[in-house]
Design a protein around this ligand. Structure first.
Ligand SMILES: Cc1cc2nc3c(=O)[nH]c(=O)nc-3n(C[C@H](O)[C@H](O)[C@H](O)COP(=O)(O)OP(=O)(O)OC[C@H]3O[C@@H](n4cnc5c(N)ncnc54)[C@H](O)[C@@H]3O)c2cc1C
Length: 383
């Protein structure tokens, strides 16, 4: 039975980011995933936004060419172009990136346990015994980075995601799309109820996907219909499908209660996804960095007050407008209304709002130590 300071369940972007940072602090970290290799069953398109690329060390060779162009299509396929003066997006080569971050974890002394499922944990005298497949380990702290339907969240009696959309996409090599690398977003309440259908093409890889509320559509059938509907836009005749990706995307906003003295949640498990754009990669990087700071402090001081700063309440306030926009998107199911909305986008003010959604620098909030300290002081005033 191994003995660790921190056991992290899930080696997606959130778990990997947190593991490498905690390993670098000299903590004994165990990283566990039920996958046997990290380039399997990827469930993200992998679009990184400019702010993430500027703020974090994502290796250049794990990213595709830069994208500046976005085309938005109405249900009747009327298009509208948005072009940024900056390189706004890059599509991650996610299998390669996960492997690179795993190498960095191993270099930092993290122990890696693949092909192992987390089954539960018990707590006695401040030590946690974690059941992993046929084995058990003891740990001082448990981190749930196990995705949108987190079992760790349930066991830790923390908040759990309640609202999802589902996304499914095919990844192609050899697809032909005229013009520069671009993202194409399609508003269509039948193909993608409450979200969008998309083509992300960076000149090397093309991702064709649909997302929406699962009660309102059949994602696989919608993807097939979408593929034939865009045959005049993207030529897939000589393209090779290299992957199929799918997954749940929590869109209810970051959860309120995401930490206690036994453990905490990261990434999708914490609901840390933009309710409007469904982007979760930037929150994975930022929230995991903050978690590594908080957990390091908690384990070295033993003071539970260090954890009080890791609260969804601190982030949620910043998501108010995006949560409103999600409510509107969830109920927008009439083609004519969306068509009208797209026409209105040609007005300068509305057009600026759309540009802001695509190219704005807003992302998951950074929490400075000062803000975190003020928050924990408010919750637990020093006597
Ligand atoms: C189709 C799709 C496209 C998307 N595209 C984008 C995009 O382009 N840009 C963007 O910013 N966001 C995107 N998102 C959202 C983003 O991908 C996620 O928010 C992000 O990948 C979540 O990372 P994570 O590490 O929290 O979880 P995950 O990547 O889900 O990792 C969880 C890990 O936990 C493991 N695990 C789960 N349960 C157990 C268990 N019991 N025992 C052991 N291991 C376990 C899983 O095997 C998995 O490896 C997309 C989501 C989907 C579904």
């Amino acid at each position: 039975m191994g003995n660790y300071d921190v056991t992290i369940i899930g080696a997606g972007l959130a778990g990997l980011q947190c593991a490498r940072l905690l390993g670098r602090k000299g903590l004994r970290v165990l990283l566990v995933d039920r996958k046997n290799t990290l380039d399997q069953k990827i469930h993200t398109t992998g679009i990184f936004v400019r702010r993430t690329l500027l703020d974090f060390d994502i290796p250049d060779d794990c990213l595709g060419p830069a994208i500046k162009h976005v085309t938005l299509y109405s249900p009747a396929l009327r298009s509208m172009e948005f072009v940024s003066e900056h390189d706004e997006f890059r599509i991650g080569r996610m299998g390669q990136l996960y492997h690179r971050y795993l190498q960095q974890c191993l270099l930092a002394g993290v122990e890696w346990l693949p092909e192992t499922s987390y089954l539960g944990y018990d707590s006695t005298n401040g030590k946690l015994t974690v059941r992993l497949g046929d084995d058990e380990v003891t740990t001082r702290y448990l981190i749930g980075a196990d995705g949108a339907r987190s079992r760790v969240a349930r066991d830790l009696q923390l908040d759990q995601n309640r609202e999802w959309i589902v996304g499914v996409e095919s990844v192609y090599e050899g697809a032909v799309l005229d013009g520069p690398p671009r993202l194409l977003c399609f508003l269509d309440p039948e193909l993608a109820p409450g979200y969008i259908a998309w083509i992300a093409h960076d000149g090397e890889e093309a991702h064709l996907g649909v997302g929406g509320y699962s009660a309102n559509f059949d994602p696989i059938a919608a993807l097939e219909t979408f593929r034939s509907r865009v045959a005049h836009i993207i030529d897939l005749r000589n393209a090779k499908q290299i992957e199929r990706r799918a997954g749940y995307i929590p869109v209810g906003g970051v959860l309120r209660n995401i930490a206690n003295t036994h453990g905490l949640l990261l990434g999708d498990a914490a609901g840390a996804v933009s309710p409007l754009t469904a982007g979760g990669l930037d929150p994975c990087m930022r929230l995991s960095a903050f978690a590594a700071q908080v957990v390091g402090e908690y384990l070295s001081s033993g003071n539970p007050q260090a954890l009080s700063a890791y609260s969804g309440e601190l982030f949620r306030a910043r998501f108010a407008s995006r949560l409103w926009a999600r409510r509107i998107a969830a109920n927008l199911n009439q083609r004519q209304l969306i068509e009208l909305g797209c026409a209105v986008l040609r007005f300068p003010l509305i057009n600026r709002i759309a540009r802001h959604v695509f190219f704005g620098r807003g992302s998951f909030p950074d929490v400075s130590q000062e803000v975190a300290d003020r928050y924990s002081e408010r919750l637990c005033p020093k006597s």
